[in-house]
Design a protein around this ligand. Structure first.
Ligand code: AMP
Length: 291
């Protein structure tokens, strides 16, 4: 049975019990509207830990004014059923009032890797992510925390935060889960019409084209950027490229020529929906490996 906890005090009591028993705890932070991508994180946690906790919290700090905070899909009962199927032990679903002290003065800001890409399009977004993830870590005190490679820059920002602040948690980055047509799963895909979805597939195809080019020996950053952009461009005026780049996996600095590993990162805007995708690539002969 999955236990739903809404109070921080109650999580602390649970965590104390785990510590007394020397049980490890895997933690999957989410904003709900759970899909198979989230479930893959839960499964990996289940395999690697004695207990698994999932948080469902639509974090207002990571939405900019005018973004979809109010209409972000919320479906708690359905999410809880999925957590039960995945044998999750704890669902922590706090209210905004519980998570956000009145007159909050503390912001966790990860300089450098937060600034470009998502950080440029959504200024302040990663401050919101890093702040709430550190609060959640302090409450849940997990042994391991699971994040999706789908939000690649987020994984880089959080790795830095954990390293810089000596947060005692192991971050585990899990592969991107895709629908059968190739589109990376996302809670926001429900906003796409059938026509939009056909456009959205340009992004997944662009990433595959980039991967294939690297496998065939292409190492030039500029040529790979051109391949991504060509595959993403659409005659529809409301389908636009936010960015398409080839970057260093740890620093996110654009790469001129791939010597070992790199990340293809791209965002396509289809109407009002922004779709993220990426792939970790390795130059032929270089050691490959996940995020
Ligand atoms: P969200 O609820 O969108 O904040 O996502 C919660 C976690 O699930 C984040 O670590 C995401 O990167 C991860 N996630 C979302 N979509 C996918 C996906 N398609 N494959 C793997 N992980 C995902």
């Amino acid at each position: 049975m999955t236990r739903v906890i809404r109070e921080i005090r109650e999580v602390r009591e649970y965590v104390e019990m785990l510590k007394r028993n020397r049980f490890s705890l895997g933690f999957v932070p989410t904003m709900g509207a759970l899909h198979d991508g989230h479930c893959s994180l839960m499964r990996q946690s289940f395999r690697e830990n004695d207990r698994t906790a999932v948080s469902i919290y639509v974090n207002p700090l990571q939405f900019l004014p005018g973004e979809d905070f109010e209409k972000y899909p919320r479906q708690f009962e359905c999410d809880l059923a999925r957590c039960e199927e995945e044998k999750v032990d704890i669902v922590f679903a706090p209210t905004v009032a519980a998570m956000q002290p009145l007159g909050r003065s503390t912001v966790v800001k990860v300089e450098g890797v937060s600034h470009e890409y998502e950080g440029r399009v959504r200024p302040g977004h990663f401050d919101g992510v890093a702040t709430v993830v550190s609060s959640l870590f302090n409450v849940v005190q997990p042994t391991r925390a699971y994040f999706g490679q789908k939000d690649y820059q987020q994984t880089v920002v959080l790795r830095r935060m954990v390293r810089d602040l000596h947060v005692p948690v192991d971050l585990v980055i899990c592969p991107i889960v895709r629908d059968p047509d190739g589109l990376a799963m996302s809670s926001r895909n429900v906003y796409l019409s059938a026509d939009d979805r056909a456009e959205a597939l340009r992004l997944a195809r662009a990433i595959v084209a980039g991967e294939r080019a690297v496998q065939s020996g292409e190492t030039s950053g500029d040529r790979l950027r051109a391949i991504l952009r060509d595959a993403m461009s659409s005659p529809r005026a409301d389908v636009t490229i936010d960015y398409a780049d080839v970057v260093h996996p740890d620093t996110l600095v654009p790469i001129q020529s791939i010597e070992s590993r790199a990340v293809l990162i791209a965002v396509l805007r289809v109407g009002r929906v922004r779709l993220l995708d990426n792939a970790i690539v390795a130059a032929p002969g270089a050691p490959s490996g996940g995020a």
